[in-house]
Design a protein around this ligand. Structure first.
Ligand code: MG
Ligand code: MG
Length: 282
């Protein structure tokens, strides 16, 4: 347990400081979502997200990652994560994952969404991709819901994977869950200890107790979870070309419950189907 020292647990005052960057991150994604339409370029989406984060009083924390110059990652179709915004223009039927983060007052937020561009001419493709995104998003909420009652952090990955398997079985499909990329603790840095596995692992991980703040971020694909990194040295792509989805939230554990810092309602709507009510702290 030497890896997980008391340093991963924030004080109540530190937790409070994570609310504003969470909301700035959310604002960036709200702006991005409006531009996930046919004809928009991923660079335009990046600019809109950055403007919204700045309006909320924050700054992009992705730009603080050495070598990265954008506010979002935009990963389209067979791109899973870390897609670089550019001149690519979105087309009908595209499945688009936007990952976004903000730093405000020295503290961080990190969140991701997936949106499918409507395409009436390809109903089967769109339905297949909507189902993938719905199950990925649901698995994120299943993981967050488990965090509310978990003793150890590995229970989150157990819930995420269990949800994907159960929902996949209902629709007669076995989804691929990425294991090459994981979630993380978050605070003064966007990426901190502890590692957060979005899938089942044997080691129990650190104790879930007040002060723990984690970014949970399942990455799920229609086919095989095997991936490779593009020549651009960032974009992670499925080996088999199948579509991918990525959903993420930053979640704080405090003395009275949990709160999703990257949702204005603390996650109330997403957690409702799981019978969990987030508890605000101030
Ligand atoms: Mg992220
Ligand atoms: Mg993250």
């Amino acid at each position: 347990m030497g890896l997980f020292t008391s340093g991963i647990y924030k004080t109540p005052d530190q937790l409070r400081k994570m609310l504003a960057p969470g909301l700035a991150t959310h604002a960036g994604l709200v702006a991005a979502r409006k531009l996930i339409v046919a004809g928009a370029s991923t660079l335009e989406i990046d600019a809109a997200a950055e403007a919204a984060i700045i309006s909320a009083g924050g700054e992009s924390n992705f730009k603080l990652v050495p070598g990265y110059q954008h506010t979002i990652c935009a990963s389209v179709n067979d791109e899973i994560v870390h897609g670089i915004p550019g001149g690519r223009v979105l087309e009908p039927g595209d499945i688009v994952s936007i990952d976004c983060g903000a730093i405000l007052g020295g503290w961080n937020g990190d969140s991701a969404i997936t949106v499918i561009v409507p395409d009436p001419s390809q109903p089967e493709l769109v339905a297949q991709r909507e189902q993938l995104s719905r199950i990925t998003q649901g698995s994120l909420w299943a993981g967050i819901a488990r965090l509310a009652v978990a003793k150890h952090l590995n229970e989150v990955g157990d819930a995420v994977q269990g949800y994907i398997e159960a929902e996949g079985a209902k629709v007669g499909h076995s989804y691929g869950i990425l294991t090459d990329y994981i979630g993380h603790g978050i605070g003064r840095s966007m990426h901190e200890d502890p590692p957060v596995f979005n899938y089942r692992v044997k080691q129990r991980g650190p104790e879930v107790k007040p002060g723990l703040v984690v970014a949970i971020e399942p990455m799920v694909v229609i086919g095989s979870p095997e991936s490779y990194v593009d020549e651009d040295e960032w974009t992670v792509i499925t080996q088999d070309g199948s579509g991918a989805s990525h959903w993420e939230h930053t979640v704080a554990v405090h003395k009275d419950g949990i709160w999703v810092t990257t949702e204005p309602d603390g996650g109330a709507a997403g957690l409702k189907p799981f019978g969990v009510t987030p508890v605000p702290f101030a």
